[in-house]
Design a protein around this ligand. Structure first.
Ligand code: 2P0
Length: 320
């Protein structure tokens, strides 16, 4: 039995759209910060039984096609034909609204490859995780991470920009809604690819934003990192509003928070908003401003749930 832990990540330059659905190749490169909150622990055991089994907590669930794809890849790389028993537990602090498949598939890739005695490099682990979920390729690494779009299986991988982040960037995750029925990210991005007339402009603009973000990170410029991330997030969301039929991940509270964030900036504080395939905003700020910013928001919208996140570490094997 091998067990691994991986943390979620927040994309500062988003992945939105697959160039090749079967091979999980994205249209554009993306760039993220791995967080220190919300992680998944997954154990994998290869055993002599007929079918793969999957447990979420103590509950047995059907093995999803994505999980099967990662397991099949590990079997083919290692020459094993045994079935796998996968047990996974998500550790979410006070409903952060951060749940994502990134931590889940990064943990699965590390645990399954170790259970099969594969000696994969970090790059190979990133490629394996990508086959489960695109964003999982980035959660193999800690700190700031870039996922190169690539042109084929072996050239589409993530690598760290800097795993140790020694400047005071913080991400404030705000929970506005955890029950909304949503368009799953895979279906959402496919709709944008197929029907938004803005899609090619999105992919091109996002690719061009990568070196700009890398420069802002090198300069430890939190204002520039936040500004680039907010612009990129809104450009991604423009491809949902411009899809046919149009859809959006914004909730009324999301827009309200964005308005307050822009107001906070007029007070001279660095505070920027990013948003994924759901209504819960994540604010990019300086650690020392967090109390002022939460007080400001709390006065305007009481009873929101906040989770403070800092840069986190990459996926690790915790038992073998
Ligand atoms: C990201 N998202 O870069 C973007 C921003 C959501 C919005 O990666 O279809 O669960 O499994 O590859 O990785 C969420 O999509 O999608 C995601 P699949 P995934 O973080």
């Amino acid at each position: 039995m091998s067990k691994a832990r991986a943390y979620t990540n927040i994309a500062l330059i988003k992945y939105w759209g697959k160039r090749d659905v079967a091979e999980m190749l994205p249209y554009n490169s993306s760039l993220s910060l791995t967080l220190d909150q919300f992680y998944t622990e997954t154990s994998v055991d290869f055993v002599d039984q007929k079918e793969d089994q999957f447990f979420f907590g103590s509950e047995a669930q059907p093995v999803s096609p994505k999980v099967k794809r990662v397991l099949d890849r590990v079997r083919s790389l290692s020459g094993r034909d045994q079935a796998a028993v996968v047990k996974t537990v998500n550790h979410v602090p006070t409903s952060a609204g951060l749940a994502s498949s990134a931590s889940a598939f990064a943990a699965l890739a590390v645990a399954a490859s170790a259970a099969a005695d594969l000696q994969l490099s970090q790059r190979e682990l990133s490629i394996l995780a990508r086959h489960g979920s695109g964003s999982a390729s980035r959660s193999i690494f800690g700190g700031f991470v870039v996922w190169h779009a690539g042109v084929d299986d072996q050239s589409s991988f993530a690598e760290p920009i800097t795993e140790t982040v020694d400047f005071p960037i913080a991400v404030l995750a705000i929970l506005v809604d955890q029950g909304r029925k949503k368009v799953l990210s895979g279906a959402g991005m496919q709709a944008s690819v197929e029907t938004s007339p803005f899609f090619s402009a999105w992919a091109q603009t996002a690719e061009q934003a990568i070196p700009k973000m890398e420069k802002a990170i090198a300069n430890q410029d939190i204002a520039e990192i936040g500004a680039l991330a907010e612009t990129n997030a809104m450009q991604m969301h423009a491809t949902t509003l411009s899809a046919d039929p149009p859809f959006t991940y914004f909730a009324p509270e999301t827009l309200k928070i964005w308005e307050i964030v822009r107001e906070i900036r007029t007070k001279g504080l660095n505070c920027y908003l990013t948003l994924d395939a759901g209504p819960n905003p994540k604010l990019i700020c300086q650690l020392q401003d967090i109390e002022t910013i939460t007080n400001y928001l709390q006065n305007r919208i009481p009873d929101l749930t906040y989770t403070l996140c800092r840069p986190g570490s990459g996926a690790q094997l915790v038992a073998k």
